[in-house]
Design a protein around this ligand. Structure first.
Ligand code: PLP
Length: 406
């Protein structure tokens, strides 16, 4: 036995996918042309799988703010937020976010992954309980693992199942953290947040909501699902990322609990990693200001999302349950998904290929994510690429439009 033996199954899976045409483990973006276009395999390619919801990665004001900060404060902080890595700008961004969310405190983390890891593992420990929606993101699962708490999964988007499990916990519900996402990353479906908030309140538990995919996407002011549903006061902790609508990298937690400020120093993923660089903080602050001032970006994103969803639906494809900026084409088996994904790429359309076990139901996904930066012409070209898949290989075409095996 060696350390590497456990990867044999993974190597075999990759080899079988290579036979279906998957040349390399990672796509390389050879040249980035804009928020929605890159050169891939030497070919101009429409980017339809980026999480760049508001298309801000090339925004002139964000780029300028980043350049100025880079020149003024250097390439990196070379230290943790808890040591030499807190600059004025990190504090200012926390204040900007607190003002935006109308809450007492915000902690800025190095990534969204680290924000989940840090908040979950700090809030919950041995003897506590975490009730997690079954479809939550890997960063949430990893935070649960790190916490040492008892972890119980409840059925995806099922407030009645959550209620049942909290009832069984009895008095322990007062030391229970419930975790859901605003918009789920694979299928773009939303949590039944009003029901979940009512259940957690009734049982005296705490609620952590990951709005990674809903910041800038949902709510009149873009604050996410909690704003859209009108339950912001019932959410104890909102976690999010700068790596999607804000076009940079970093994460945050916003809360009204006065303890938030003090627990940052018990938060190992906050303390033991370097803070985001000045250029990242500067572009994020600018992007947040743009998000707040320009609601038309959210409107354009939704126009594009609805256009693509309707067009793919009209092709008879089996899609994610509700229209949203995340539109997943669902396939039964991974070999068909790989062939279809390669064919899309050859036609100059990049989408995310998502294979089990990362998918919610064991099927495979061709996951599209829309951007306010897409033109209608690009959206229509994405649809044309999917339409032409029917002529790539007939068994694949049958599987593309067939229902998922449950
Ligand atoms: C729901 C969810 N939470 C957290 C993260 C982590 O965010 P980041 O990319 O900033 O680490 C992601 C990233 O894809 C996500 O989808």
């Amino acid at each position: 036995m060696t350390l590497f033996d456990k990867f044999a199954a993974l190597a075999a899976t990759r080899a079988s996918l290579a036979e279906c045409g998957l040349k390399s483990v990672n796509v390389v973006m050879e040249k980035i042309l804009s928020p929605t276009e890159a050169i891939v395999n030497g070919r101009p390619t429409i980017l339809a799988g980026t999480n760049n919801y508001l298309g801000l990665t090339f925004n002139a004001d964000c780029v300028e703010a980043a350049c100025q900060a880079l020149k003024a404060e250097g390439t990196g902080t070379t230290g943790s937020r808890a040591a030499n890595g807190t600059y004025n700008a990190h504090v200012a961004l926390e204040q900007d976010l607190a003002d935006y969310f109308g809450c007492n405190s915000v902690i800025v983390f190095s990534t969204g992954y680290v924000a989940n890891l840090g908040m979950i593992s700090t809030l919950s420990g041995s003897g506590d309980v975490i009730l997690i929606d079954a479809d939550c993101h890997a960063s949430i699962y990893d935070g649960c693992q790190l916490s040492g708490a008892d972890i119980i999964r409840f059925k995806h988007n099922d407030a009645a199942d959550l209620d049942k499990r909290l009832r069984r916990l009895g008095e322990r519900s007062a030391r229970t953290l419930v975790i859901v996402e605003g918009m789920y990353s694979m299928l773009g479906d939303r949590a039944p947040l009003a029901e979940i908030a009512e259940v957690k309140k009734r049982h005296g538990a705490y609620l952590l909501l990951d709005e990674a995919h809903s910041l800038g996407v949902l709510g009149a002011n873009g604050r996410g699902l909690a704003e859209e549903v009108g339950v912001e006061d019932d959410v104890d902790f909102i976690v999010g990322t700068f790596s999607k609508s804000l076009g940079a990298i970093g994460g945050y937690c916003a809360s009204n609990h006065p303890e938030l400020d003090i627990i940052r120093f018990a938060n190992r993923p906050y303390v033991f990693t370097a803070s985001p660089s000045p250029s990242i903080i500067a572009s994020t602050r600018k992007a947040l200001a743009i998000l707040r001032r320009h609601p038309e970006l959210k409107d354009k994103l939704w126009e594009n999302a609805l256009r693509l969803y309707r067009q793919l639906d009209a092709l008879g494809l089996h899609l994610s349950p509700e229209p949203s900026p995340i539109i997943a084409v669902r396939l039964k088996d991974k070999e068909d998904a790989v062939r279809a994904w390669c064919a899309l790429l050859e036609q100059g359309v990049y989408v995310n290929l998502v294979l089990p076990p990362a998918t919610p139901d064991g099927g495979a996904l061709l996951r599209c994510s829309m951007s306010a930066g897409h033109s209608f012409e690009q959206v229509d070209r994405i649809t044309e690429a999917f339409a032409s898949l029917a002529s790539v290989a007939s068994p694949q075409a049958a599987n593309l439009s067939g229902p998922m095996a449950s």
